[in-house]
Design a protein. Sequence first.
Length: 481
Amino acid sequence: MSVQDGEAIDRSAHWSDQEVDEAAFKDARLGRRFADLLKQLGDGMGGSIPLACQDWANTKAAYRFFSNTKVEEGDILSGHFAATRARYDACDGPILLLQDTTEFTYQRRKPHDVGFTKSVNSGRDKEGRLRHHAVCGILMHSSLAVTVEGLPLGLSSVKFWNRDKFRGTAALKRKINPTRVPIEKKESVRWLENLRQSIDRLGRPDRCIHVGDRESDIYELYCLTQELGTHFVVRTCVDRLAGDGNHTIAAEMREADACGQHVVEVRDDAGEVVKVTLDVRFRRIRVLPPIGKQKRYPALELTVIHAVEPNIPKGRKRIEWKLLTDLPVSSCDEAVEKIKWYALRWKIEVFHKILKSGCRAEDAKLRTADRLANLVSVFCIISWRVLWLTMLSRTSPEATPTVALTEAEIKVLDHLVSDGGNRKTRPGTLIFYLTKLARLGGYLARASDPPPGNTVVWRGLMRLTDIRIGTEIAAVQDVGN
């Protein structure tokens, strides 16, 4: 994404103004309330609703908003989806659609009002029998649009749900082969729904590349990308039938020679960063659908890419990435490019971390699933902004600071944070001021330190907001005197 792409976004007012569509709500008053609420929760990130709202009147209005039956998560996210589309249109090149699922766990006296996410083993009773209990919570499946440089443009689709029934699920799997069940009757249809919604909202499907982990290794998803005219890079978990059906993908890949090597950095079990060299192989293969679905879906010509550590290491698991893509690959450089795209899938994991650790979404006290989904939707917008700020400083460090900060915030940072710890950055640039922001959050800015991360950015944002409000109050008092 170029500097100009960021500069096209108006930051003269509060950042949240660009992410709100008041007209999306059934009542104009709800739209105005949401605009105020996003500012309050964004400025009070990590705090409770009463802490963010400050007084009983605003707190009561917030609770009424989240419990209003006319409010839906789609209304809350409508403005953000539109802003994501604007950022998408403003940049060039391929865009990665990162999909993943996360769950939010809660403790409630009436858990049925929220619902359940899974059944877990809670040990054995006095007679040695296994005990199980259902975990109270909601699940969220989201799609995050990201440039190939790693800059998150925003969410393009979000789905909330919970599970109410667990009994008999394992027994059902023993009786019915899951691959023979239509995708429309499975929970995994969410991968297809999110992809379709994302393409509908963003347009130009040829630019979009779905990136997913092994849970999205779904043949129906691959067929849908062809139908929509879009693309995918997925890590596989199924060794599918290939060629004429008498062998599998693994058998063909054993005959493929390594085209080259790729070096990645990973952390071992001790937390140390180590460089690992992977052997890279690729081959174009005719992949067949599951046996039970061969009458419904066609065979596909796909590219298989394997990036495997040649030797088993000590102190950590062996790296073994087996990727599948519809995109053609004719060289080792093109294969490594797809590997790097898959590695960016980690950005959505970071987004979930900000939701839970930064916004503290699992600390919410709202009592029903609908209210929690509405609140988490607001947190999604706030979390995206933190991730966007963190990555913008890395992808466009020389941009003007007004791309991300208001003039008032820049003045506060100039007054409060010295330039002494900013010797590595050019004064007046975006990275110069975002480093100051991170220093408010505990970033030391030493020569050997990596770029500021999400944690110091969100801490810095909270401190900056408090300080900015204090300076505004002081300015008003000075004028009155």
